[in-house]
Structures are given as structure tokens and as C-alpha cells.
Design a protein around this ligand. Structure first.
Ligand SMILES: C[S@@+](CC[C@H](N)C(=O)[O-])C[C@H]1O[C@@H](n2cnc3c(N)ncnc32)[C@H](O)[C@@H]1O
Length: 245
């Protein structure tokens, strides 16, 4: 019987794939991949495998999602090993859990292969740890892709020592304003790491107040990190190049 693997592709660099992910990819008959899966990772797909782009166009997400599920089933009828390849970890946003439930309910054999999530790895490789003894005893990861004007939902997240926001680039000014309204100081350090772990990585370090005033020039994809841990980057900067080489 065919098996459908929900595989995490990690944050970009191919050598951040898990050993299990690389092994499953090497046996794949078909691979359906998302927009954020890097070309470096796609190079590991066997030449004979069907390679299908399954990224979602703005405004057509539902239609695309329905098509992906049908394509997965069609591929599983043709191949024993089908890989649904998602950026980072397949269970962190990106609708991996929904796909798992849908496929399982229809009787498919599904295996989840966890990946290195951008939420933790992208800040870490930019010199920003999620926790730091005496500075940050915990962290929260949240989506910034929610409708604006909902300040209430930020109240709980504003209290996290370190707040990591994915998909928050577009709403960054509103998010920062809501966090300040919820009690976070305007001077709180904020970092955005764009295209983390890739040669196009760019890091912007600023403050919550400046982000709220729309003074942060950032493009997607980026991880937004709010909290005192951001200050560690300046100390670690001289050592980052050798860590990434
Ligand atoms: C739909 S979510 C998927 C998250 C993914 N499942 C994970 O665990 O990393 C996409 C968001 O992840 C973040 N992201 C993923 N890869 C990234 C990278 N290499 N650099 C910066 N941000 C990244 C961005 O915030 C982007 O908008």
C-alpha cells in the first residue's frame, strides 16, 4: 500500500533537513511542495519523481488546498511513496494537520516527518535564541496573519518573554501597536529575519515603537522576534559567520 509522508523541509538550507526527511525524499515517486521549500532541498528529489508545485496563490487558497488533496490521492494511486513537502515543520501552521486528518479519514497511510521549524531555527542562526537564562524563561509562537483590529488576542501573547511571529510582515505595524497597547514597552527590541538560513538572509533590529510607526522596512518571508533576547545578536555577531559557513 502507498504511504503519504507529510515532510518538513526545514527553513531553507538542505543540510537542515532531518536524516529521515532526506531518506524519504530519496525514495519518493511524487513530491508536492510548497512555496517556501528551497531549491536546494528540491535538488534532492530523484530525477524520475513527479515534482508538483503546490504553493497557494493569494485569494485562491481554499481552491488550491482542495486541489492539493485530490492531487495527493491521485499520486498515491500511482506511487508507493508520496511526499507532501512543507517549509519548516509540517505541523507548524501551513495546514499540515488538516491534510493529515483529511487523508487519514479517507483511509490513507500517513507518516509525519517533523522538520526544523523556522520559528526557532531562523532566529537562532541569526544569533537570537528563543530562551536565555535570566532573560527569557519562555517563548510563544503565533501567526501574525489575522484580521486587523483584533487587539484583544494580543493581550496574552504580549506577556511572553519572547514572542515569535510568523506570517506577520504585512500586519507588523498593527501587531506592534497592539503589543504596546497590551502593555509591552515601546523600547522592547524587535528583530526581523528575512529569508533566514539562505544566502539572501537579511536581519533588521529595531524597536516595537518604530515598528508600530511603520518604520521597519521588511519583506516576506520573515520571522519577527520581540523581546530582550534580540540584544544577544550584537554580542554573537562576530561568531555567526563561522557558524553558518
Ligand atoms: C505558513 S508559515 C509556515 C511555517 C513552517 N511550517 C515552519 O515551521 O517554519 C510561513 C512563515 O514562516 C516563516 N518562514 C518560513 N521560512 C522562513 C525563512 N527561511 N526565513 C524567514 N521566515 C521564514 C515566515 O514568517 C513565513 O511567513
Amino acid at each position: 500500500m502507498s504511504r503519504i509522508y507529510l515532510v518538513g523541509a526545514g527553513p531553507g538550507r538542505a543540510d537542515l533537513l532531518t536524516v529521515r526527511a532526506a531518506k524519504v525524499l530519496s525514495r519518493a515517486g511524487a513530491v508536492l511542495y510548497d512555496r517556501l521549500v528551497s531549491s536546494e532541498v528540491l535538488e534532492l528529489v530523484p530525477a524520475a519523481a513527479e515534482l508538483i508545485y503546490a504553493g497557494k496563490e493569494e485569494g485562491r487558497q481554499e481552491e488550491t488546498q482542495a486541489r492539493i488533496l485530490i492531487q495527493l490521492e491521485e499520486c498515491a494511486r500511482r506511487h508507493e511513496v508520496v511526499v507532501r513537502l512543507k517549509g519548516g515543520d509540517p505541523m507548524v501552521f501551513g495546514r499540515g494537520a488538516e491534510e493529515w486528518v483529511w487523508l487519514a479519514r479517507r483511509g490513507w497511510d500517513v507518516e509525519v516527518v517533523p522538520g526544523v521549524s523556522s520559528a526557532i531555527a531562523v532566529p537562532a542562526l541569526a544569533g537570537i535564541p528563543a530562551t536565555l537564562r535570566g532573560v527569557a524563561g519562555g517563548f510563544a509562537v503565533v501567526t501574525g496573519n489575522r484580521k486587523s483590529g483584533c487587539c484583544q488576542q494580543w493581550q496574552a501573547y504580549a506577556a511572553a518573554d519572547t514572542l515569535i511571529v510568523l506570517m506577520g510582515v504585512e500586519n507588523r505595524a498593527g501587531i506592534a501597536a497592539c503589543l504596546i497597547e497590551a502593555g509591552r514597552a515601546a523600547e522592547t527590541p524587535v528583530a526581523f529575519v528575512e529569508n533566514g538560513t539562505t544566502p539572501r538572509e537579511r536581519v533588521l533590529v529595531t524597536s516595537l515603537g518604530k515598528v508600530a510607526h511603520d518604520e521597519a522596512d521588511v519583506t516576506s518571508p520573515a520571522v519577527m522576534i520581540v523581546g530582550e533576547v534580540v540584544n544577544l545578536r550584537s554580542e554573537l555577531m562576530p561568531y555567526l559567520a563561522c557558524a553558518i559557513a
